[in-house]
Design a protein around this ligand. Structure first.
Ligand code: ARG
Length: 464
C-alpha cells in the first residue's frame, strides 16, 4: 500500500500522490472552509440517521457526532490546521475526525458522497445568506418607512430625465424605494421556499443501496423535503443562481438609490445631509464631506452581477451529474453574499441617519416650471380645451415666464390672458406646489393622503 504518499481517501487506486500544481488547482480548502459549520451539521444529521436505520451502531454514531463537535470547536477557535493535501472541507473534517476517534470515522461516509455532501453544505450556507438578506432588507425598509413618515407631505421636485418634471412628496419618493426593496424581499423569500429541498442521500449521483431515511436528514437540517431526483440533486446549483440573480436586482436598486443620495447630498442640491458616521472627509480640501458609502454601494453591484454571470457561465453546458467545474461555484457566491449584506447594512445606516432638508426640497420643488402640467390640466378641466391645445397654451406661458426670468405662479392674470383670454383667477389655485401634490390623489399618486395609505399598509405588513 502506498496510502501515505497518495490520498488517504482513495489511496487504494493510486500509486503516487498528485503533482504540486495538481494539488494547487484541485484544492478548495482555502475557501470552502467557510462551509465547516454546515458540513459538520450535515454529517451529524447523516450519522444520526445511519444509526436510526441500523446501518451504524449507536456507539459509533455517538462517537462520530461527539467527535464532529470537537472538530467544529477547533475550527471555530482557529485551532485547526487546514491541509490542501486533503483538498476540501469535507476531507479535512473527516481526516481530523479519524485522528480524534479512530476507526468509526471511516464509517461516516456510508451511503453518501462528497457530491451530495457539498450540495447540502452549500445549500445550507446559501439559505443562511437568504435569511441574512431578508433581515437586512426588512431593516432597510423600516428605515425608509421612518423617513417617509417624517416627511410624508414635504414637497420636492420629481424628475424625469433628471429634469424637473412635477412636484412630488418626500414621503412618496421614499415609498418608491420601499416598493422596490419590498419586491426584493419577496424574491428572497420566494427563493428560500423553492430551494429548501435536501440533496443529502442522493449519494454520488444515483442514490444508494443502503436503507437510508432521507426524510429524517431533510427534517433534521430544516429542509421541507428531500430532493426528488438524485441526478438533479447533486448537479443543481439553481439555488445559488437564484440567490445571485435576486442579489443582482437588489444591488441594482441599492445602486440607484445610492446615486440619488450622491446627487442629493451635493452642494448644488442639498436635498439631504448625510451623517458624519456615513461620510468621509478629504485629506486636502477641508470643506469636503464625501458620500463615500453611497458611492461604494453604487459600485458594489459590479461584483454581484459579475458573480451571477460567472456562475451561470460555469454551469452552462455541464452534463449531468456532478463535474468538478462546480467547485468554482463557491468563491463567487461567498463574495456576492458578503457584498450584498454589507451594502444593505450600510444603506440602512445611511438612511436611518440622514436628514432631509425640507426648505431646500421645497425651494427646488417650485423651480423649473414644475406645475406646468397642473396648468395644462386646469385648462382642460375648466376651459374644456383639448389636452393638446392646453399643452400648447401652457408652453407659451412657460416661454413667457422664462423670458421674464420668473416662475409660473408669478405671471399676472393679465399676462396669462394675453395668451388665452378665458383664463381666470382660479388658475392660481393649481399653480402652487402644495396644491399640485395635493391634487394627485389617484391610487398610488403622490398626494399625501395616498402616501399615508401606503405607509399604513407597509407598517401593517411589518407589524409596526
Ligand atoms: N470540493 C468539491 C466541490 O466543491 C467537493 C465535491 C467533490 N466531489 C468529487 N467527486 N470530486 O465541488
Amino acid at each position: 500500500m502506498t496510502e501515505t504518499k497518495s490520498n488517504a481517501m482513495w489511496g487504494g487506486r493510486f500509486a503516487a500522490g498528485p503533482d504540486a500544481i495538481m494539488e494547487a488547482i484541485n484544492a478548495s480548502i482555502d475557501f470552502d472552509q467557510r462551509l465547516a459549520r454546515q458540513d459538520i451539521e450535515g454529517s451529524r444529521a447523516h450519522a444520526a440517521m445511519l444509526a436510526q436505520q441500523g446501518i451504524l451502531s449507536n456507539k459509533d454514531a455517538e462517537a462520530i457526532r461527539e467527535g464532529l463537535l470537537t472538530v467544529l470547536s477547533e475550527i471555530e477557535a482557529g485551532d485547526f490546521a487546514f491541509s490542501s493535501a486533503l483538498e476540501d472541507i469535507h476531507m479535512n473534517v473527516e481526516a481530523r475526525l479519524k485522528e480524534l476517534i479512530g476507526e468509526p470515522a471511516g464509517r461516516l461516509h456510508t451511503g453518501r458522497s462528497r457530491n451530495d455532501q457539498v450540495a447540502t453544505d452549500f445549500k445550507l450556507w446559501v439559505r443562511d445568506q437568504l435569511d441574512a438578506a431578508e433581515a437586512g432588507l426588512v431593516a432597510l425598509i423600516k428605515a425608509l418607512l421612518a423617513q417617509a413618515e417624517a416627511g410624508t407631505d414635504w414637497v420636492m421636485p420629481g424628475f424625469t430625465h433628471l429634469q424637473t418634471a412635477q412636484p412630488v412628496t418626500w414621503g412618496h419618493h421614499m415609498m418608491a424605494y420601499v416598493e422596490m426593496f419590498g419586491r426584493d424581499l419577496s424574491r428572497v423569500r420566494d427563493a428560500r421556499t423553492r430551494m429548501n429541498e435536501c440533496p443529502l442521500g442522493a449519494a454520488a449521483l444515483a442514490g444508494t443501496s443502503f436503507p437510508i431515511d432521507r426524510d429524517m436528514t431533510a427534517n433534521e437540517l430544516g429542509f421541507d423535503r428531500p430532493a426528488a431526483n438524485s441526478l438533479d440533486a447533486v448537479s443543481d446549483r439553481d439555488f445559488a443562481l437564484e440567490f445571485l440573480s435576486t442579489a443582482s436586482i437588489c444591488a441594482m436598486h441599492l445602486s440607484r438609490f445610492a446615486e440619488e443620495l450622491v446627487i442629493w447630498s451635493s452642494a448644488q442640491f442639498r436635498f439631504v445631509t448625510l451623517s458624519d458616521r456615513f461620510s468621509t472627509g478629504s485629506s486636502i480640501m477641508p470643506q469636503k464631506k464625501n458620500p463615500d458609502a453611497a458611492e461604494l454601494i453604487r459600485a458594489k453591484i459590479g461584483r454581484i452581477v459579475g458573480a451571477n454571470v460567472a456562475l451561470l457561465t460555469v454551469m452552462k453546458g455541464l452534463p449531468l451529474a456532478y463535474s468538478k467545474d462546480m467547485q468554482e461555484d463557491k468563491e463567487q457566491v461567498f463574495d456576492a453574499a458578503d457584498t450584498l449584506i454589507l451594502a444593505l447594512a450600510a444603506m440602512e445606516g445611511m438612511v436611518r441617519d440622514m436628514t432631509a432638508n425640507r426648505d431646500a426640497l421645497a425651494a427646488a420643488a417650485g423651480a423649473g416650471f414644475s406645475t406646468a402640467t397642473d396648468l395644462a390640466d386646469w385648462l382642460v378641466r375648466t376651459l374644456n380645451l383639448p389636452f393638446r391645445d392646453a399643452h400648447h397654451v401652457t408652453g407659451s406661458l412657460v416661454a413667457m415666464a422664462e423670458d421674464k426670468g420668473i416662475d409660473l405662479p408669478d405671471l399676472s392674470l393679465k399676462e396669462m390672458q394675453s395668451v388665452h383670454a378665458s383664463i381666470s383667477d382660479d388658475v392660481f389655485s393649481v399653480l402652487g406646489v402644495e396644491n399640485s401634490v395635493g391634487s394627485r390623489v389617484s391610487y398610488g399618486g403622490t398626494a399625501p393622503v395616498q402616501v399615508r395609505a401606503q405607509i399604513a399598509r407597509w407598517k401593517q405588513e411589518f407589524g409596526l
